[in-house]
Design a protein around this ligand. Structure first.
Ligand SMILES: C[S@@+](CC[C@H](N)C(=O)[O-])C[C@H]1O[C@@H](n2cnc3c(N)ncnc32)[C@H](O)[C@@H]1O
Length: 237
């Protein structure tokens, strides 16, 4: 299996990272999960015949590091790489990171995935979200009810509200609308977000299979990458 380098972010400066989330332990754990994923990173023979994923979507792309990495691993001519972020600085950084690393990303500014439906209904093969997950006051969270105030605030990158779950819980119904039959959803969580509870809730609501695929301690936090897979036999209506 080829070793994929971390995307080149040398075009982003200290000034950029005052407005855009700087890749950190959570970002790099996600890259590791992508690189080790048996359906995303393929050996050379299987890479030649690759027909999955066609549509990749990252929510909250920040610097663009994750989607750039996905595009490199998947192969740049094989798929559409869409990203969203509520922060316009992040959308610009994402585009620049794609260009710097010679992959084409399509960043769009929006709350979660609100502008992608209904067009992308049940069309996303690979869905990725490293959400704001740190438990905070609700007022710090970027949401339609308090936009645009925190729009340019870097705290909206990590502020997850009550139990660090507010952004995530608001996103899950979108995930159900977006994910294609057989699609994979990778998400970053903290142990404090109660990953098992989320896995059970998603299984009970939609029948998806969920499990931890990677975890790592980062300071006082324990980061967990959870993968959900939607069954391939779902009716696409
Ligand atoms: C923890 S950062 C992750 C950034 C990048 N994906 C990474 O892994 O380095 C979370 C990102 O989600 C974005 N975000 C926060 N609330 C959002 C919302 N309601 N809709 C879209 N993006 C949001 C933030 O602006 C930030 O870029």
């Amino acid at each position: 299996m080829p070793d994929f380098p971390t995307p080149d972010l040398s075009h982003l400066t200290r000034a950029d990272f005052r407005n855009v989330y700087e890749p950190a332990e959570d970002t790099f754990l996600l890259l590791d999960a992508i690189e080790e994923h048996p359906r995303i990173a393929l050996d050379d023979d299987r890479q030649r015949d690759r027909d999955w994923p066609s549509v990749c979507l990252e929510i909250g792309s920040g610097s663009g590091c994750v989607s750039t990495f996905v595009a490199k691993v998947v192969g740049r001519s094989n798929a559409l790489f869409l990203t969203t972020d509520v922060n316009p600085h992040a959308a610009r950084a994402t585009r620049r990171t794609g260009e710097k690393n010679e992959v084409t990303l399509d960043p769009v500014v929006m709350d979660l995935a609100s502008a992608l439906l209904p067009r992308l209904r049940r069309s996303v093969d690979l869905l990725i979200f490293n959400p704001p997950y740190v438990p905070t006051e609700s007022a710090e969270v970027a949401s339609p009810s308090n936009l645009p105030a925190p729009l340019f605030s870097i705290s909206a990158s990590w502020a997850g509200g009550v139990d660090g779950r507010e952004v995530l819980d608001r996103f899950l119904p979108y995930a159900d609308e977006l994910l294609a039959p057989g699609g994979v959803f990778l998400m970053v969580l903290l142990e404090d977000n109660a990953p098992e509870e989320i896995i059970t809730e998603v299984r009970d609501r939609w029948g998806w299979t969920g499990r931890r695929v990677k975890e790592r301690r980062a300071g006082r936090e324990r980061l967990v990458i959870v993968q959900f897979v939607r069954g391939a036999d779902v009716h696409v209506g």
